[in-house]
Design a protein around this ligand. Structure first.
Ligand code: TPP
Length: 356
């Protein structure tokens, strides 16, 4: 028994090392460069505000979950903020967003209100899904936000279908879709991306590689060093970039959006980051090596960008205090509104199930 324990602990150590090594390789690989994007101080502050708001809303959701008020699970965006915000920031209002469960930041950039976010988390009758579907699964057609389809990767062919419809309608719109390192190993990924590539659809797929799919490390999901290398098999551009660097994510997405709008077809972008919390609030993530979390903590996307903006003189103590005060008030108001809203009524369960 001792021997088998020893063996399994050795196996775990090897796995940890492999995961750490792969992360380092990802970070060091030089990507083909894309044109610089000149961001104004205002735009940089907007990026920061969205990331910070994501973090604060995330904290509020986790607090509310611990108070037993969230109906269902709570899925944190800790570590994924720069990917979600930097990418959605490259979109226009007529573009389509198909986010996954770590993309609260993309919802916010696309214009989602805090009221709707908390109503959904608390499963109230006046939420976007009227108390139906999971906490993080809500669409808002008015903002062109669709999804989130729970069955991982099933959303990709759907989003590709929307890209096809949009192209046929000559909307000049782009579809931005997200998937995790785990979710991208499902067959739908291949079918969707292949069709988008062959038909040169205005489609962008971001793989948010945050090192774990629930408790499975990236190294046990794919033997490839870079998930973006798959792009070669579809004949489309593919990039692997630092997913903690919001301006870099934005720059590569601006290029992908440009290609999509010009009719050049899809782009695959893998962003490397770390899921800093458990899969959901009920998961203590004890399977994640402590050292990994300590290393990634130094690259926290929100704190990192705050340091950069302070260094550049864009963010000051006074501005930061103002932002924090406004956000706290906004979140408290939206949460209070949700908490005092009625739950969905059982007798309404069959209403609004089908589109008119
Ligand atoms: C086909 C399918 N299998 C399992 C699940 C349950 N599930 C939801 S999210 C998730 C982990 C996804 O990992 P990843 O794609 O890497 O995204 P992450 O949560 O790490 O951001 C699992 C197993 C699901 N929703 N769909």
């Amino acid at each position: 028994m001792c021997l088998s324990l020893l063996k399994s602990s050795r196996g775990t150590k090897r796995e940890e090392l492999r995961t750490l090594r792969m992360t380092v390789t990802h970070q060091k690989t030089k990507e083909p460069s894309v044109p610089e994007v000149k961001l104004s101080s205002q735009q940089r502050m907007d990026l920061y505000r969205y990331m910070r708001l994501t973090r604060e809303v995330d904290n509020a959701i986790l607090r509310t979950y611990k108070q037993g008020k969230v109906v269902g699970g709570a899925y944190s965006s800790y570590g994924n903020e720069a990917t979600a915000v930097g990418s959605a920031f490259a979109l226009q209002s007529h573009d389509y967003l198909f986010p996954m469960h770590r993309d609260l930041g993309a919802h916010l950039v696309k214009g989602q209100s805090l009221e709707h976010i908390f109503l959904q988390q608390l499963a109230r009758g006046n939420s976007l899904t009227r108390g139906r579907d999971g906490t993080g699964h809500y669409a808002d057609p008015a903002l062109k936000i669709y999804g989130n389809v729970s069955h991982l990767a099933a959303m990709i062919p759907m989003a590709v279908g929307v890209a096809l419809a949009s192209k046929m309608r000559k909307e000049n719109a782009v579809v931005m879709n997200y998937i995790g390192d785990g979710g991208c190993n499902v067959g739908d990924f291949h079918e969707g991306l292949n069709m988008a590539a062959v038909m040169k659809l205005p489609f962008i797929l971001l793989i948010e590689n945050n090192q774990f799919a629930y408790s499975t490390p990236s190294s046990k999901q794919s033997a490839a060093q870079r998930l973006s290398d798959r792009a070669l098999g579809y004949g489309i551009p593919g990039y692997t970039i630092d997913g903690t660097d919001v301006e870099k994510v934005h720059r590569y997405c601006v290029e992908a959006v440009r290609c999509a709008r010009e009719g050049k077809g899809p782009t695959l972008i893998e962003t490397i980051t770390m899921r800093m919390h458990g899969h959901s609030a009920s998961d203590d993530a004890s399977y994640v090596p402590k050292r990994m979390l300590e290393d990634w903590k130094k690259k926290d996307p929100v704190e990192k960008y705050e340091r950069i903006l302070r260094n550049d003189g864009v963010l000051t103590d006074a501005l930061l205090q103002d932002i924090e005060k406004k956000m706290t008030r906004q979140i408290e108001d939206a949460l209070a509104h949700a908490e005092t809203s009625p739950y969905a009524r059982g007798e309404d369960a069959t209403e609004g199930v089908f589109a008119p």
